[in-house]
Design a protein. Structure first.
Length: 371
């Protein structure tokens, strides 16, 4: 019997995935139990965060660092996660002779700390202070102008060296931050299921299925989680918004990231009145805009039913369903037109949609999310 030659697999370009932090520690009192992890990665850390988050985490973090004899200093990012802020922080690292970055806070603080660590070629440990985003997990940083407008993102070569998720710290955050995190995380399904297309790649299929599971967990457990902060459902929802949402981007890479929902967020950041809304609140609204586009331009009935389901879900959680809910009811239409044009920029993630969208069509969807 003659054996047939093996079939040759289709050759594809080599890809590098930054899937997960090297180490994840989560639980009650996690920071106090992680002294050896901080010590493992450096002796002179620079703790980067906002004024409020540094104050909120001081009682948990600073004694832990002192307990393992680390010579740390703190630094705040201002204004925003901007080029100016990063330049100032690099000077602080150099002056302190820092050998480790510890990022503390929400999305912008952690994005700043991750990019700073990359620029200084130092290890990074992230400590989220709320369940508002998965920034503590991801190998990505968003850059904003000094006025708070989104400019571009930076893909980083690796995820953080360690992520410490301390439920005691997360519990001190305003409930609104976890609601926003639910809005940001649930977008993974509505965006990844579109941006992945019909990819046959195993990891992308896995990422999309994880996004579906994430959506189901949030739809089923969010209300109970918010009703009992610190309870079992609350812990699962926090794990979902901070950790599982990050897994999806790590496994799927660029093909399972953002589409119209985040593009709408980016456009809204150029409207000063929108700066009071949290990242996840703008993204949650952006999901409704994306589904409205699918209805209007593709006559997609599934998108219509999904939008109606989300509107009811948002009602129960307090997520924004319209521009008015975002506090933008008095903003002139010309500003939304400018935001829509920016969201439709040729490099925008909006164009991961499987159909073309003009700024006028996007604007029409933005003002009819409740129709």
């Amino acid at each position: 019997m003659v054996n047939s030659p093996p079939l040759t697999a289709t050759r594809t370009a080599t890809t590098t995935l930054a899937i997960a932090p090297a180490q994840v520690v989560r639980g009650w009192g996690a920071i106090a139990q992680s002294g050896a992890i901080f010590q493992q990665w450096g002796a002179r850390p620079v703790v980067v965060g906002g004024d409020r988050t540094l104050a909120a985490i001081e009682s948990a973090l600073f004694p832990t660092l002192k307990g393992v004899d680390l010579a740390f200093t703190t630094a705040t990012y201002h204004p925003d996660c901007s080029e100016t802020a990063l330049a100032q922080l690099r000077e602080t690292v150099a002056t302190h002779r820092g050998d480790l970055i510890i990022g503390v806070g929400g999305g912008k603080a952690l994005d700043t700390a991750k990019l700073l660590a990359h620029q200084c070629q130092l290890p990074i440990i992230t400590l989220p202070t709320s369940g508002a985003t998965c920034a503590a997990w991801t190998a990505l940083s968003n850059i904003y102008s000094e006025a708070g407008a989104f400019e571009y993102d930076v893909a980083l070569p690796q995820c953080p060296n360690a992520l410490i998720l301390d439920y005691d710290v997360i519990l001190t955050a305003p409930p609104r931050t976890l609601v926003a995190g639910i809005g940001d995380a649930i977008a993974k399904w509505y965006e990844a299921s579109v941006s992945s297309g019909t990819s046959p790649q195993t990891l992308i299929i896995a990422a999309v299925q994880q996004a579906r599971i994430l959506r189901d967990i949030l739809l089923q457990k969010s209300e109970a989680a918010l009703a009992q902060p610190g309870g079992p459902d609350w812990c699962e929802v926090v794990d979902s918004t901070v950790l599982l949402a990050g897994v999806i981007g790590g496994l799927g890479g660029a093909q399972c990231r953002t589409v119209a929902a985040h593009a709408v967020h980016n456009g809204l950041t150029h409207i000063p009145a929108a700066h009071d809304a949290l990242h996840g609140e703008k993204v949650a609204y952006g999901i409704l805009v994306q589904l409205r586009l699918e209805e209007q331009l593709q006559n997609n009935q599934l998108a219509q039913s999904s939008r109606q389901q989300l509107i009811q879900f948002y009602d129960r959680l307090g997520l924004p369903k319209s521009l008015e809910d975002l506090g933008l009811g008095d903003v002139p239409l010309c500003q939304f037109r400018q935001g829509a044009a920016l969201a439709c920029h040729p490099d925008s993630d909006l164009h991961h949609l499987p159909f073309a969208v003009t700024a006028d069509q996007l604007l029409a969807a933005m003002v009819t999310t409740m129709v």
